[in-house]
Design a protein around this ligand. Structure first.
Ligand code: PAN
Ligand code: ZN
Length: 187
């Protein structure tokens, strides 16, 4: 049986207390994601394979909703900012909310039909991710980017589509600012 409880979410560290699960993605685990493969190898080797992001869950299998945080480190690979893998949800009726707590970033979204949108990630903005839109978070700042996400427990993650063909756009630093450019490797 489930009981109500208050869950503390630290908007700076992203810590969730109590939490039910967590994982960490080191940069080396994001091989193939970045445009510049040589720059990727260099940052992994010389940077000591830094943590790119961490996800902390509050998830109860018996309940239809869940939430948690994503904590993204700042960094770049060949001018491209650190980012998440990006995914569609397996369930075609499942959207998601991303409420940014600290830091700054861009949420890059792409519909099944190939339409691209971005939503600014900054404290106070809650991004609505509709069903059937792939979503990738990008830390464009110099601090941690921390956001709370909430979605259906069984939404599921389809990573394969984005892993195989990439997303249509890249977010890179140009003149000290984020710029959205075409992905030359988009298959
Ligand atoms: C988020 C993401 C999280 C990490 O919880 O899973 O930010 O991004 P990737 O899963 O794309 O690596 C979410 O969107 N869940 O559905
Ligand atoms: Zn999602």
């Amino acid at each position: 049986m489930l009981f109500p409880e208050g869950v503390a979410i630290d908007g700076i560290s992203g810590e969730v207390t109590p939490s039910t699960d967590r994982y960490t993605k080191k940069l080396s685990e994001l091989s193939g994601l970045f445009h510049d493969a040589a720059a990727f190898d260099k940052v992994v080797a010389e940077g000591g394979d830094p943590i790119a992001y961490e996800v902390v869950d509050y998830r109860k299998q018996e309940c239809d909703i869940c939430f948690g945080t994503t904590i993204m480190m700042p960094g770049q690979v060949g001018g491209e900012y650190f980012m998440t893998r990006g995914h569609f949800h397996e369930r075609k009726d499942c959207g998601e909310g991303y409420y940014t707590q600290s830091g700054e970033g861009l949420l890059l979204l792409e519909s099944r039909e190939g339409e691209v949108r971005t939503v600014e990630m900054k404290p106070g903005i809650c991004a609505f991710i509709p069903p059937e839109w792939a979503h990738r978070s990008i830390n464009t700042g110099s601090e941690k980017l921390v956001f709370v996400w909430f979605c259906a427990t069984d939404a599921g993650h389809d990573y394969g589509t984005i892993r195989e063909r990439g997303m249509r756009k890249l977010v890179v630093e140009r003149d000290g600012r984020p710029a959205i450019i075409d992905n030359p490797n988009f298959a």
